[in-house]
Structures are given as structure tokens and as C-alpha cells.
Design a protein around this ligand. Structure first.
Ligand code: ARG
Length: 587
């Protein structure tokens, strides 16, 4: 593993040195380097520095240029405008840097020197309930963050905080006791599909809810059952476990379809913290962080008030003694910091739960369970909207089943693949259709910043033009096909050759992969990786239309362009893998 400094960082460092030679009073000042259209880079920092030290910006800029040692990286520097620097690097420097990347399995991307342990809470559906598009977002964004963080060297612990506890289980279990065969499946011993599991859970949920709402005596029995469940009564727990197991069959079938790897030990749902709840409350009450108010154990905040101006507390324990969502989340924090030794807690959860997390984090800080060494962040995501811009529902106003949506995406993608397919068998079309369809759904979710709402538009998602995963997948497949056709010609870097403009643009973008990944990891922003990849595929398309590869003028030229092709393919592949999206070899 050899980490390769990017040209941007090399130039930045040279300029910083030049700057402190030209203006020692400024200390370690930032030249503020950016990619630029006029040259390769532009430094904008001199203006403000000159102002601060009462100098002439253009003169200072010229002094910086004089102070820069001549070398083979910087090909040209010119002072422009009121005191900017336009910097062009040499073709040879670009090719040499890319060659160093190509020689490394990690493409030269450095590991984060300050890596720690992140516990990431994502993909958390609820037991006995259908998964919806919100659960899709958490799963897709969370899985991408896992890959991105691990790639930078972070230790990642996954936690699927499923909703597997609560008063609704009293009703469900009681119904099952009174209708003992409702969760049985026809063929004894045969595998139950996720679809079958969910449909029997659904049936049971609806039937028990109807009874609960109409039959007072059943309601009473259901409430008594909650007490049994919380008291740990064995028969009751065994039935509860059946609901959890049945739901897991369904969850796994959906995660499987999503091509996502969810592992059993990482599923630690709300029930996993039951043993801690009592103590969590006791510690909060003893320390005075929480107080009794109308029988409930509450935490108050100066800045959280309801519309009537009265404070809205975080309720840790209800007046009937029951524990809620907050008690569980607070206990989970104690576990994740205390036992798992997390330095960061990351929650990939709907933005509509932001107030809950704000209050939970603040409470944990007051209690000392979170200190300055531990960061707690909600990666809050927006709502999924229908094509019409309204919350995503069927025409009848029902929530759309996630599985139906994924199947439709696969169907549409298969149609696109079939239309373009030249030498693919039916089986290959089906496989590629799945990879393209699921990729399209994931990419649509990941390509806008998570906080924003986004429109679920399947037509747009599987379009071959525009910012889609299919576009990127096709670019990748095209490169792989060129590499297969190259025959004897092998990719090789040639620093002695001059680069065409589109080769330079492609090369400089390839060189920036590591910086994009580092930013995406630091800001919990997978959309930065998506944006980078789309641009990479676009720059490749321009390069490919302007520069013949296999028919280039000289054998060296052919090798050099194959080298760019291959590094582009590897970078696309690695980047898409970070997003959890497959890159088929042929499309
Ligand atoms: N199960 C919850 C839901 O469906 C999400 C859980 C979020 N994680 C947490 N630690 N509270 O909305």
C-alpha cells in the first residue's frame, strides 16, 4: 500500500512554501487552491493576505512566483486579475502520478491518519411491518457510509436498530395465542419466502388490530400480555421471538434483493437494550438530569418548546412505568460508547426524527455518557416523493411496498439492457437487469445530498443519458470491452508523451479520487462520490470521442490511452463499490 499525494496537494504545498518565503509574517497561510477552467488550478488566497498585510496583491503574487523553486511539476504559473495565480502542471507530472496510483491496489488513496471507531445505526425496519421507502434510504445511505468509512481506514461497527419492542406486541401475541395457527405455513419444513412471511404477518397485524379496536375484552387481555412480555414471561417471549424470526425472513429477502449484506449479529434491535433501561433511568434521575413530572421521568431543554410556549420534554419513562424509544436510544449510547468504544456515533435516520436525536444527544452529554471525545451525528435524510412532488403513495393513498418498487426498477432496467444487448444471453440479461435496476435505485438515492427530499422517478433513474448509474455502468462496460479488444497492446504509462486536452482533464480528475473519498467520509456525504463518478464517466466519454485509443497514431500512444482507460475503469469500479453498486463487465 503506497499512498500517492495528489497533484492538487503537491501544488498546494509548493505554493504554501512560496507564500511563506515571500511573506514570512503570514506564517503558515493557505493559498486557497481550486481546480480552474483557465488553467489546471487557481490560487485565490493571495488577495486577502495582501490586504491583511497592507501590500499590493499583484506584487505579492509575483513574489510568490519568484520564490517557487523550479521543478518538473509546475509547468507554468502566471499572475492574473487583481492577484490570482493560474497554475498549469506538466503532462509528465500527471502521467507519473497516475502511474503511481495504478501501481497501488487502493489507487494511492491514503488512509485517514486520525481514524477511530464509528458505530453506524442504519437499515432499521420494524418487526411485523412492511418496509417502506424511508427504510430504503437508511439502508442505502448507511451501507454506502460503511464502505466509504472502511475504505478510509475507520473501524466500523454496524447496528441495525430494528423496531422489535413496544406495546403493539401485546396485541399481536395475544391474537396468536387465541389463533395459534395464524403464523403456520402450508408446507411443513419447506423454505418460507420473504413475501410469504410478510403476507402472513400483515394478515395477522390487520386482524389483531381490528379485534383490538372493536373488542374491549381482547384489548384488556392484550394489555395484560404487554405486562407479561415486559416481565419476561417465557411463553410470551417465545411467541414474540416467532414474530421477530418471521420478520427477519422478510427483511433478509429485501436486503438480498437490494444486494446488501446484513449480518445477524449486527441486528441489535430495541429489545437488545431491555436489561439496561431501568439503570439508565436510575442514573438519569440520581444525577438530576431527568426529573419526575406528572409521574413521568422527563428531561427538559430551554430551547425546546411546543406551540403553546410550554417546554416539550424528552420522556424517558412514561407515568405507567413503560419505557419508550428515548430510554432505548440512551441505553444504546451507553453500550456503544462504553462497551463498543465508539469515537463516533452515526445515525442514518429520517430528518423527521431530528428533534428526538437532538434531545437524546444532549441528555447523554449531560449524563456524561457522551463527552468531548465522542462525536454523535445524525445523518438525517429527506423524504422520498412521488413524480408529482407529493409524498410517495399509491393512487389509492396507500404506502408503496418496497418490494414492488424494486421489482419494477428491475423490470424497467431489464428492458433497457435488452434493447442495447448485442451478445448477451437471456440469463445474462436477467442478471444485468437486476444489477442495473438495483443500482439505479441506489444511485438515485445517493446522488443528491441526503438532507434533500428526492423524487422517485423510475423513468429518469434508468435513463442512459444524464446523471444515472446506468450511464456510469455503460461507461465502465465500454472500457472493459476496449481492454478486451486490445489484444497484444498492454496499458502503459508514457510520461514522455504530450497529452491532449481531454486526456489532461480526465487525468487530473482521476488524480482527485482520494480527496473526494476523504471529503465524503468526513462530511458523511456519499453524494460527493456519486458526483465524482458521474463527472469521471463524462470526462471519459469526451476523451473517448476525441482521442482514438486502439487506432491511435503510434504504439506508445495506444499504450498510453489504454492506461488511461484502465485506470478510469478501476476508479469507476472502486467508486461504485463504495456506493454498493455493481459494475457489470458487459452490458
Ligand atoms: N425503526 C425506526 C423507524 O422505522 C428507526 C430507528 C432509528 N434508529 C434509532 N436508534 N432510533 O423509524
Amino acid at each position: 500500500m503506497a499512498s500517492v499525494p495528489s497533484l492538487a496537494s503537491t501544488v498546494q504545498q509548493r505554493l504554501a512554501e512560496g507564500l511563506s518565503a515571500a511573506l514570512p509574517e503570514a506564517g503558515a497561510a493557505d493559498p486557497l487552491l481550486r481546480r480552474s477552467d483557465r488553467a489546471d488550478f487557481q490560487a485565490n488566497g493571495i488577495l486577502a493576505l495582501a490586504k491583511r498585510f497592507k501590500g499590493n496583491p499583484r506584487e505579492l503574487a509575483a513574489k510568490v512566483v519568484d520564490a517557487l523553486p523550479a521543478d518538473d511539476v509546475l509547468a507554468e504559473i502566471e499572475v492574473s486579475g487583481p492577484g490570482f495565480l493560474n497554475i498549469t502542471v506538466s503532462d509528465a507530472a500527471i502521467v507519473r502520478t497516475l502511474a503511481a496510483r495504478a501501481a497501488d491496489a487502493r489507487l494511492g488513496v491514503p488512509l485517514n491518519g486520525a481514524a477511530g471507531t464509528t458505530v453506524i445505526d442504519y437499515a432499521q425496519p420494524n418487526v411485523a411491518k412492511e418496509m417502506h421507502v424511508g427504510h430504503l434510504r437508511s439502508a442505502v445511505i448507511g451501507a454506502a457510509m460503511v464502505e466509504i468509512l472502511e475504505f478510509t481506514g475507520e473501524t466500523v461497527v454496524r447496528r441495525h436498530h430494528i423496531g422489535d419492542w413496544g406495546t403493539q406486541f401485546g396485541m399481536l401475541i395475544q391474537y396468536l395465542i387465541e389463533h395459534p395457527h395464524e403464523l403456520d405455513h402450508g408446507s411443513e419444513g419447506g423454505e418460507v419466502s420473504g413475501e410469504e412471511a410478510m403476507s402472513s404477518l400483515n394478515r395477522l397485524y390487520k386482524a389483531s388490530r381490528a379485534l383490538f379496536d372493536s373488542d374491549e375484552e381482547f384489548k384488556t387481555r392484550a394489555r395484560a400480555r404487554v405486562v407479561d412480555l415486559q416481565a419476561g414471561d417465557e411463553e410470551t417471549l417465545a411467541l414474540w421471538q416467532r414474530f421477530v424470526d418471521e420478520s427477519k425472513i422478510y427483511f433478509y429477502s429485501v436486503f438480498d434483493k437490494l444486494d446488501m449484506d446484513v449480518r445477524d449479529p449486527d441486528i441489535v434491535g430495541e429489545s437488545g437494550y431491555n436489561d439496561m433501561l431501568q439503570e439508565t433511568c436510575r442514573l438519569l434521575e440520581e444525577s438530576g438530569v431527568a426529573v419526575r413530572s406528572e409521574g413521568a421521568l422527563c428531561v427538559f431543554f430551554d430551547d425546546v418548546k411546543g406551540p403553546d410556549g410550554n417546554p416539550v420534554p424528552l420522556i424517558v419513562q412514561k407515568s405507567d412505568g413503560g419505557f419508550g424509544y428515548a430510554a432505548t436510544d440512551l441505553s444504546a449510547i451507553r453500550d456503544r460508547v462504553g462497551s463498543l468504544k465508539a469515537s463516533t456515533l452515526l445515525y442514518v435516520v429520517d430528518a423527521r426524527q431530528s428533534l428526538h436525536f437532538k434531545m437524546v444527544f444532549e441528555t447523554a452529554r449531560r449524563a456524561g455518557w457522551l463527552n468531548d471525545d465522542v462525536k454523535a451525528v445524525q445523518l438525517a435524510f429527506g423524504t422520498v416523493l412521488g413524480k408529482d412532488g407529493k409524498p410517495f403513495k399509491t393512487r389509492e393513498g396507500e404506502t408503496i411496498r418496497l418490494v414492488d418498487l424494486l421489482d419494477e426498477a428491475i423490470d424497467r432496467a431489464s428492458a433497457v439492457v435488452r434493447e442495447k444487448a448485442q451478445d448477451l444471453t437471456e440469463e445474462e440479461i436477467a442478471e444485468r437487469g437486476t444489477q442495473v435496476g438495483i443500482g439505479a435505485v441506489k444511485y438515485a438515492d445517493l446522488s443528491t445530498s441526503a438532507a434533500r427530499d428526492y423524487k422517485f422517478d423510475l423513468d429518469q433513474m434508468v435513463s442512459l443519458n444524464g446523471d444515472t448509474s446506468v450511464y456510469i455502468q455503460y461507461a465502465y462496460a465500454r472500457i472493459r470491452s476496449i481492454l478486451r479488444k486490445a489484444g497484444e497492446a498492454k496499458p502503459a504509462a508514457h510520461p514522455e508523451l504530450e497529452l491532449a486536452a481531454s486526456e489532461r482533464a480526465l487525468g487530473l480528475h482521476l488524480d482527485g479520487f482520494g480527496e473526494t473519498v476523504a471529503e465524503a467520509a468526513a462530511e458523511y456525504a456519499p453524494h460527493k462520490v456519486a458526483g465524482y463518478l458521474y463527472q469521471l464517466a463524462s470526462l471519459y466519454t469526451t476523451f473517448y470521442s476525441e482521442c482514438p485509443v486502439l487506432k491511435a497514431d503510434t504504439p506508445e500512444q495506444v499504450e498510453s490511452r489504454l492506461f488511461l482507460c484502465e485506470l478510469t475503469a478501476r476508479t469507476l469500479h472502486q467508486g461504485m463499490a463504495l456506493l454498493g453498486i455493481r459494475t457489470p463487465e458487459r452490458l
